[in-house]
Design a protein around this ligand. Structure first.
Ligand code: ZN
Length: 128
């Protein structure tokens, strides 16, 4: 089924697993993107993984985000309504996702000694 990738570190002993709300695949938490319902009921991408609030996880791939948005998976998950503002922000982020490649692929380009500290996720937070 899934292709074996030799990019994943195999030394990690205990990896926290989370389930994608769109495809329901269980993956290491660090490979998934976290979405949070903030205390004031906004649904936002949590690029840092540190926001407080109830979280849901999605694969870093376009297809899962399209499912999540079109089929209201996030709203079901959070039992709330996605506001137009929040939806627009998430859609703006979704537009940056590669077709069906995991984001991880962009961070593992051949290492040439230069620091590649990019996170891969753009800042799509709402500035208020
Ligand atoms: Zn998924």
């Amino acid at each position: 089924m899934a292709k074996a990738t030799n990019k994943q570190p195999k030394k990690v002993k205990h990896i926290p697993l989370r389930t994608c709300v769109a495809c329901h695949e269980t993956k290491p938490k660090r490979e998934l993107l976290r979405v949070v319902r903030t205390p004031d009921s906004h649904i936002v991408l949590d690029a840092t993984g540190k926001k407080s609030g109830r979280g849901a996880y999605l694969c870093a791939r376009l297809s899962c985000w399209e499912i999540a948005l079109k089929k209201h998976r996030l709203e079901q998950e959070f039992e709330t309504t996605l506001s137009e503002e929040d939806r627009a922000n998430l859609e703006a982020f979704v537009a940056t996702l590669p077709k069906d490649e995991p984001l991880a692929a962009t961070t593992s380009a051949s290492v040439t000694g230069m620091p590649t500290a990019e996170k891969g996720a753009p800042k799509t937070r709402v500035a208020r």
